[in-house]
Structures are given as C-alpha cells and as structure tokens.
Design a protein around this ligand. Structure first.
Ligand SMILES: [Zn+2]
Length: 468
C-alpha cells in the first residue's frame, strides 16, 4: 500500500529535480506559532473527545465487521456522535462490496499426538463445511519455499507456512512477513492443496490467532485458509520435528455473499474560504470481528475526530476540515476507493490517516517537505515538543487515503510507535484496555498541531446577535 510512492521518493531524494527542495535547501528551522502551541498543549493535557469516542464506539457497538449489520449500526452511531459534536454536513456515502462472515472453526492434530490447536479463518477463506477436512501437513518455513515446491509435494495436503516476524517500532516486519497470509493461500490453491494454515502474522506469544485479509488471485479456487496462534505454530513445528507424518483435522466454516453494503461516514468543519483545498483526515470504522476494534481502528477515528473537534472549539479554520470514518477497510480498502471515486473532483491541501493503533506518535513525514518547505518547518517545530522526530524518507501511508493520494492529494504521515501493535492487531485481544489514555492524548495533540498549521489559520466564531 505504500510501495508506489517509495520509488518516486527515492528518486527524488537521490537527485533533486529543478524546483524541488532537498534537505540541504530547506529554510531555517521555524519558531512555533503561540496559537498552535496553545492548542497542542491544551489537547495534550485535557482532550477527552478521543477517549469518549473510542470508549463509546467499542462499548455501544463492539466489533464492526465490514458489510454486516454491526457495521451499519456503527455508521448510525458515527452520524449521531459527530452531529452531537457540532460537525456540519454529516452524512453516509454508501457503496457495495462482497461480504465475508466467519462461522465455526477449529483445528486438531489427529496423529501422531492428538490435541487441539487454536485457529482463525483468514478473510475470504474458502469453507470446509461443518464436517471439516482431514489431511497431512506439509511444512514450509517461508512463502518462497512453498512457491519453489513441486505441486506433487503439496497436492491434497494441508500446507503450513511458518515465518520469523519480530516486533519493530516502525512495523516494518508486516510487509515482508505478511506474505504467507497475503500470497500463501493462492499459491497453495494453485498447487492443489486441500487447505492452508499459517503462523499468525503477529509478534505476541499469546494463544490468540491473528486474522486478516487475503484474496484468491490468478484463477485460484478458494480453499480453507486459517491462522494458527504463534504458540500453536511453534507446537506444530515441534511435533513435525519428531519426523512422523502429521495429520490435521481442520474446520473453517465461512460464508461469502456478493451483494453487501458498506459506507463512509463523512463530516466537516466548513472553512471560511469554501473554495480553498480541503484537509482530509480520518481512520476506518470497520474492524475484524473477534475483538472490539479498539486499536484497529476505533483509535484512529477517535484521534482524528478529536483533533478536528479541538480546532472547532477554537474557532473557524480557513480551509474546510473533512473527517471520514471509512467503511470496509479491512477486507480491502473498499471505503478508500469509494471516497476517491465519489470526490474525484475535489482539491485537497493534505490527506492523512491514523491507522496504526494508539501508542505515541514518534515520527512524521509529509510530501510538503518538497512542495511547501516553510510549512514543513512549521510542522517540525510544532511536533518536536511532543517527542516527534522528522522522517525525511517517509512514505505516504494509510489504505483509506491511498487512492486519494494516488490521484494527487499531498500527504502527511504521523507514525505511531508500532512495537506492540502486532501483538494485538486482528486478534480477539484488540479491546479498549490496550489503549493508554496518555498516549492517546499525545496523538490528538500531534494531529491538532498539524491541523492548526495546515488549516490556514483559525478565527474565533463571530458573536451571534442575541435573538429577541
Ligand atoms: Zn486498520
């Protein structure tokens, strides 16, 4: 989701073209506008909007699987909440999508050492039916090892792919080690496998399976595809090492229906200049179905909405601030695609998303480094007191704003510390208690400072004449 911009950035930083700004030619460091500092510090000390939103959403709605009735209730909740907060033009922009839902699931070793393992189906997995399937396990330590194997080694068997993902502050393991989930099922299916189980794409050692999306491409027929927990995967490796054939009984019941519905919830703070390019920010409203979608991504909608509300409380920005709670991100970024299409004619001053949990923001990057160096310097100065460093090699991120950025919107990225993100991501353990209110406020403070700078200046609302 980030790679298309990386190439361009690397080229640009290696050889700055005419009219582009390299690090060496940036203007001198900026001083922080006292108004921006005041808003930032106020949010850091006392924001309660973000907590109220994520606590309310996860408590009153809970899980919000894309395209389901639960996600529809979440949209109603979002409209009610943002209207009550004073946003304008609050509305739902619906779109269609294929809906996948989970049924019964289980895995057990039949021989040589009968025992139950903990498994969860991956998104768009094929269904085993309620009776399940039984097959011999064939083990690969990477997706490339599976790719290199002859079909005869895989045919009729249950493929198991292992990997060695480790925690990283920038979450960089997810791209590479996510391949078993993203590509493994298709490769296994094309080679004639009966089913596939992978080691969860996670960094914890709890008995929580990590779900996540995958698609069957290249004409691959859907086969059952699941993720074992990390401890269960390690157990399976130990069993395999005993050298005897290992037989598993796997049950992954699921359903896919074509005519599903989701939607983006859109809300605005109208700018003083209705013709100025818009600031677009948000997170995704949908979640996986096992936890309550607190860090992924109740936190993101809460953080960005709270920051916009902090600006609203201070007055009226020059530029319109548009907050979007995107629908159906998890099954494949359907909301982001729908928004880019529905707003193809809109002009943006910036686009950014919060979708990496709620731990503290530690670095930022923006395309403005090249296109608007003075604003970049102002952002750098305003964010530094929050412990946020600049990342000159940053790439655009956020599935939901990806299509809008590809269409030309400048981007900003406020990167959270992801050291523990993949302990919890896409598991039943993604619940409210994982959010640290202090770090949550730091996130709101950073976005508030960024919005205060990017919104073109905030003026107090004119006093209304008292009605007679
Ligand atoms: Zn997410």
């Amino acid at each position: 989701m980030k790679s298309h911009l990386l190439g361009a950035l690397l080229l640009a930083s290696a050889a700055p073209a005419l009219g582009q700004t390299s690090i060496a030619t940036l203007p001198p460091p900026a001083l922080v506008d006292p108004k921006v500092a005041m808003l930032r510090d106020h949010a850091l000390e006392s924001d309660h909007y973000a907590w109220d939103i994520v606590e309310g959403l996860t408590t009153e709605v809970g899980q919000r699987l894309a395209g389901t009735e639960a996600e529809a209730r979440a949209r109603d909740w979002a409209v009610k909440t943002m209207t009550a907060l004073g946003f304008s033009n609050v509305h739902v922009e619906p779109f269609d999508m294929p809906v996948w839902t989970r049924g019964a699931e289980g895995a057990e070793i039949v021989s040589p050492f009968p025992q139950k393992l903990v498994v969860a189906a991956l998104g768009y997995s094929g269904s085993t039916g309620p009776e399940g399937v039984t097959g011999e396990i064939v083990h690969f330590d990477s997706v490339d090892a599976l790719r290199a194997a002859p079909d005869s080694a895989v045919k009729g068997k249950i493929v198991f792919i292992d990997h060695d993902m480790m925690p990283a502050q920038d979450g960089s393991g997810y791209g590479q080690f996510g391949a078993p989930r993203r590509q493994g099922p298709t490769i296994a299916s094309l080679k004639g496998a009966l089913a596939i189980v992978i080691r969860s794409i996670g960094t914890d050692h709890h008995r929580n399976p990590h779900t996540g999306v995958q698609y069957f491409t290249d004409g691959a027929a859907p086969i059952p595809a699941g993720a074992l927990t990390v401890p269960d995967s390690e157990q399976l490796v130990r069993i395999l090492k005993r050298g005897k054939p290992v037989v598993m009984h796997l049950t992954l019941v699921s359903q896919k229906t074509a005519g599903g519905r989701s939607g983006n919830v859109v809300a605005e703070i109208p700018g003083r200049d209705p013709n100025a390019p818009v600031l677009l920010l948000g997170g995704h409203l949908d979640s996986w179905d096992q936890g309550t979608g607190a860090i992924d991504d109740g936190a993101g909608v809460a953080i960005t909405t709270a920051a916009a509300k902090q600006i609203m409380d201070a007055g009226r920005p020059l530029r319109t601030i548009r907050v979007v709670w995107f629908g159906a991100e998890e099954p494949g970024g359907f909301g982001g695609t729908a928004l880019a299409k529905a707003h193809a004619g809109d002009r943006y001053a910036i686009a950014g998303e919060s979708d990496f949990g709620a731990d503290r923001i530690w670095r930022f990057g923006t395309q403005l480094m090249k296109t608007d160096p003075a604003t970049y310097r102002a952002l750098e100065a305003a964010l530094a007191p929050l412990g946020i460093v600049k990342n000159d090699k940053a790439e655009a991120d956020g599935t939901d704003v990806d299509e809008t950025i590809k269409a030309g919107a400048p981007w900003i990225s406020l990167g959270q510390d992801g050291t523990r993100y993949f302990d919890i991501h896409h598991t039943p353990d993604d619940t409210l208690d994982k959010i640290d209110p202090v770090q949550l406020r730091q996130n709101v403070a950073a976005w508030t400072a960024a919005l205060a700078i990017l919104s073109g200046g905030i003026e107090p609302e004119p006093k209304r004449r008292p009605r007679r």
